[in-house]
Design a protein around this ligand. Sequence first.
Ligand code: UDP
Ligand code: MG
Length: 327
Amino acid sequence: MPSYSGDVELSVVVPVYNEEQNLDYLFERLTSVLNRLNMTYEIVCVNDGSKDNTIERLIEHHQQNPAIKVVNLSRNYGKEIALSAGLDYTCGDAVVPIDADLQDPPELIADLVAKWREGYDVVLATRRSRQGESWIKRLTANAFYRIIDRISHVPIPRDTGDFRLIDRRVVDAIKQLPERNRFMKGLFAWVGFKQTSILYDRPSRYKGETTWNYWRLWNFALDGITSFSFIPLKVWSYIGLLVAIPAFFYASFLVIRTVLFGVDLPGYASIMVAVLFLGGVQLVSLGVLGEYLGRVYEEVKGRPLYLVRESYGFDSSQSVKQKVHSS
Ligand code: UDP
Ligand code: MG
């Protein structure tokens, strides 16, 4: 892993997946903000297996400005892992993950840095509003934040994406977390440290389309919930009790009635209802077990989090190591 060298003050991490149209404008805005800050900086771009010319464009940018560094992953791993890879490669005293589509305004970095200088370890950028997103996305996002807030064992800040400033201390703590299932918002919350937040209005995407369809978001939500709560696993004992206790009394009643008054054949409806209802409940609970078990299996396999095809801009002794070593 690239070791901490101490000569970069601010690292910006950008996960990029099919963003060739956004790159020019992104770097123009980012560098103008960063130059005004008067800090030494690096921009670590992680190409997450893009299918367009993103990697060629990134390398061109790297050649023009060596502060722009490129990590090229071996395939598409998803944003959470791309971000983890980016964090591994940074060496700044503070790190700011930012989206390539300019939904996180780079101008805000100045405010994040100002708060950091006041002594905070984590400065969150919380969305005051979301533009260019359908009501149904907003509704589901809201529901998700509410549910995870209720059942998670660490408080996960609402309406906060990955856009934030994190101190080197926190980056090192995150790097120690070995799990493959990287629900970054949750991991950032889990490590704690001194946190504060600033508010902003989230604009819509500059160019291109989001890759997060509802199926992907649903799975993302499941990842979040399963890695930060056991409630879906535990709730079945209580549901089971709730069904079993009345069933016991009903069974006793039936036995006594049969003994006293003889066999009474009609009752098909009640049997069917009980069988179907219990069958359904059992299948759902099995499904929940499966969600957790699949994730346990994923962790147990212990595969590296990601593989790097090549990297540009990290010094050579490091990049040799980076090629063989991952996660
Ligand atoms: N991204 C990525 N890998 C993926 C999907 C997305 O690295 O598989 C990056 C993408 O390039 C962008 C950021 O993650 O910089 C956020 O993606 P997007 O704008 O599609 O998500 P949204 O803003 O809709 O949540
Ligand atoms: Mg976006």
